[in-house]
Write a protein that binds this ligand. Structure first.
Ligand code: MN
Ligand code: ZN
Length: 499
């Protein structure tokens, strides 16, 4: 796990060491403990603010080197804007801004106080989370590393809080969630020659170490189950496909599980309907849904969530070769429904069809949420700010929308309906896997709905948010790890037995 930023909590009264980070509002007001800690340097803040036209806007930073009267190399003041308006995601952002100001190796004290008093434990924990999320770098294939290169940061951070025990207790589960995000980012960023279905399955199997029950279905097992839709995609690759089932049993014995299903196309050439060369390298990230599910299962198990949860991922490579499936082929899915292949690049829905059906039938879950980098069309519709959400269940959809706003991993609900559904009827089989450009994200979702067997279900199209999303204060990585924090929150807020 990344230990680039190590976080601990100390009392507000502890002496500040190293780089000192404090907060002020739009009136440049500092909290009482902050003023005490800064001593005469508190006056320097006003002068430096005027010199740099720093107005305490939310997330703005004032960097004062060698502040007079303070035994610190630097004093960084973070603007809070109007403190009364602050939400959880603002504290995440503050943490990200702080890490962004660091370089090389650092010893840091964060005075977690707003002008009107100490931050609450959850606010301080959000700052810590933001600091760690921002520090993530994927540079394991760079052989010429120097300390401080490429913005790489190492920091030993003490967060000074009003209640140390409460902040520690609050951050303990959050630290596992951050680890889950990092696992997801690593998986998405890995090159496809390293991360192919068997290797992905091996990495998911490491969750056994933290008490997750992991079953790997190989080609023989999937053939026996009749997963003809998934296997059709996989047959053109020299690397055999896998389905991995992860089970975390932290809830009541016998209680129906929640299920999370991920598309894991480790590389998508498009198959015989081959993609153009431009940006094809990005298709190493076509397993972002599966990566999220692994990161989520890590988070749930590591923080010992009081819930029963299933993570299921379909892992394949979509390659063109002499054995690849053709447009015009008809495959039989595990459900028995037949599918005419129109476009071999519409492969993610074929993989999910069999995994969704398997999970619905075998585990009878309370709900299924699937995540998939499914369509380019969702980026045309929503850009990279929201994931597209499709659902047959209003309660589940509303809950996802709400936790999306809380965590900043936003979703936007898109329509489903019989008029769209009939667009995927085929003249030769029960359905076809593509019906052209118009409403492309919707018809993809309609296709998936034919395989959920009436289970409450939501589909998140994360093609715009899982990879190549614009960098943010808390994410500088190509693979964003989108969905881990969103779904962990869905679980903890609505489905977990309260302690
Ligand atoms: Mn494709
Ligand atoms: Zn794909």
């Amino acid at each position: 796990m990344s230990d680039a930023v190590k976080v601990g909590f100390v009392p507000l009264s502890a002496p500040a060491r190293g780089i000192v980070i404090a907060f002020c509002d739009e009136q440049l007001k500092l909290g009482a403990a902050t003023r005490k800690a800064l001593g005469t340097a508190a006056e320097t803040v006003k002068r430096a603010a005027a010199a740099h036209q720093f107005k305490g806007k939310s997330g703005a930073a004032l960097d004062i080197p060698a502040p007079e009267g303070l035994k610190a190399d630097r004093l960084i003041v973070i603007g809070t804007g109007k403190p009364a308006e602050l939400k959880e995601k603002d504290f995440l952002k503050f943490g990200g801004v702080m890490t962004g100001k660091l370089a090389g190796s650092n010893s840091v004290t964060v005075i977690a106080e707003l002008p009107d008093g100490a931050m609450t434990p959850d606010q301080a924990a959000a700052v810590a989370t933001g600091m760690r999320l921002r520090a993530y770098r994927f540079d394991r294939y760079k052989t010429k590393k120097k300390d401080g290169d490429n913005g790489a940061v190492r920091a030993d951070v003490s967060i000074a809080v009003g209640d140390v025990a409460a902040a520690k207790k609050m951050f303990a589960p959050d630290a596992h969630i951050v680890d889950g995000v990092i696992i997801a980012r690593d998986l998405v960023n890995e090159p496809p020659n390293v991360l192919y279905p068997e290797e992905f399955a091996r990495r998911a199997s490491q969750l056994r170490k933290i008490g997750v029950d992991v079953t790997v279905l190989d080609v023989k097992a999937m053939t026996k189950l009749g997963m003809g839709a998934l296997l059709g995609v996989s047959q053109g690759s020299a690397r055999p496909g896998r389905t991995v089932i992860m089970r975390w049993n932290g809830g009541k014995k016998g209680e129906a599980p929640l299920a999370f299903v991920g598309k894991g196309v480790c590389f998508d050439t498009g198959g015989i309907s081959i993609k153009p060369a431009g940006s094809m390298e990005d298709m190493k990230g076509d397993m972002g849904g599966a990566a999220c599910v692994v990161g989520l299962m890590h988070a749930l198990a590591a923080r010992k969530a009081k819930v029963n949860a299933i993570g299921a991922i379909g892992l394949v490579e979509n390659m063109p070769d002499g054995n690849a499936q053709r447009p015009g082929d008809i495959v039989t899915s595990m459900s028995g429904q037949t599918i005419e292949i129109i476009n071999t690049d519409a492969e993610g829905r074929l993989v999910l069809a069999d995994v969704l059906w398997y999970v619905a039938k075998k585990f009878k879950p309370k709900f299924m949420v699937d995540l998939a980098t499914l369509t380019g069309a969702i980026m045309v519709a929503l850009g990279t700010e929201h994931a597209g959400m499709f659902s047959n269940n209003d309660e589940l959809a509303e809950r996802l929308a709400k936790v999306g706003l809380e965590t900043g991993e936003k979703v936007w609900r898109m329509p489903l309906g019989p008029e769209y559904d009939k667009q995927i009827d085929s003249q030769f089989a029960d359905m076809k896997n593509s019906s052209g450009r118009n409403g492309g994200s919707i018809t993809a979702a309609q296709f998936l709905q034919r395989f959920v067997d009436g289970t409450p279900w939501a589909h998140l199209d994360i093609a715009g948010t899982a990879m190549g999303a614009p960098k943010s204060e808390i994410n500088q990585s190509w693979g964003s790890g989108y969905g881990v924090r969103l779904l962990d929150r869905l679980v903890s807020e609505y489905y977990e037995a309260k302690k």
